[in-house]
Design a protein around this ligand. Structure first.
Ligand code: HEC
Length: 120
C-alpha cells in the first residue's frame, strides 16, 4: 500500500510538470472562448453556477467526468441543444472541458465559516 501511494505521488508530480501546465492553460483559454461563442454561459452562467429559472444546471466547479461531458454535448439527455462535431470538433470539446476543469474546486462545507456555524 505504501508503495502504491509513493508511486501515485511520483506519477502525479510528473503529470503536473510546468510544460504540461502551460499546455493546459492554453487549452483552458481556448475553451473559455468556445464557452462564450457557443453561448453555454447563457444557460449555465459565466461561472458555470447554473442559470436563472433552471435554464441549465451548475456545471463547474467539480465538473462531471469527460465521458459524461462528451455524451451530454453530443446527445443531450433532455432540453439542452445538441452540439454535433460540425459545430464543436473533438479537439474543441477537449478545450472546452479543459476550461470547465480549470475552475477552482469548491471548498468543503467545513471550510466555510457560515456553514460551519450553521451545522453546530
Ligand atoms: C439552451 C440552454 C443550454 C445551453 C445553450 C447549453 N446547455 Fe448545457 N444543459 C442545459 C440543460 C437544460 C441541461 C440539463 C440536461 C438536459 O436538458 O439535457 C444541461 C446539461 C449540461 C451538462 C450536464 C450537467 C450534469 O450535471 O449532468 C453539461 C456538462 C453541459 N450542459 C454543458 C454545456 C456546454 C459546455 C454548453 C455549450 C457548448 C452548454 N451546456 C450549452 C441547458 C443548456
Amino acid at each position: 500500500m505504501k508503495h502504491l501511494i509513493t508511486n501515485f505521488f511520483i506519477l502525479s508530480s510528473v503529470a503536473i510538470s510546468p510544460a504540461v501546465q502551460a499546455a493546459d492553460l492554453e487549452a483552458a483559454q481556448r475553451g473559455e472562448a468556445l464557452f462564450m461563442q457557443n453561448q453555454c454561459d447563457s444557460c449555465h452562467g459565466t461561472n458555470g453556477q447554473g442559470g436563472e429559472r433552471s435554464a441549465g444546471p451548475k456545471i463547474f466547479p467539480n465538473p462531471t467526468p469527460f465521458v459524461a461531458f462528451e455524451l451530454q454535448l453530443r446527445t443531450p439527455r433532455s432540453l439542452m441543444p445538441r452540439y454535433p462535431v460540425q459545430v464543436i470538433s473533438d479537439a474543441q470539446l477537449k478545450d472546452l472541458y479543459a476550461f470547465v476543469e480549470s475552475m477552482p474546486q469548491s471548498p468543503a462545507a467545513s471550510q466555510i465559516s457560515l456553514l460551519k456555524n450553521a451545522m453546530r
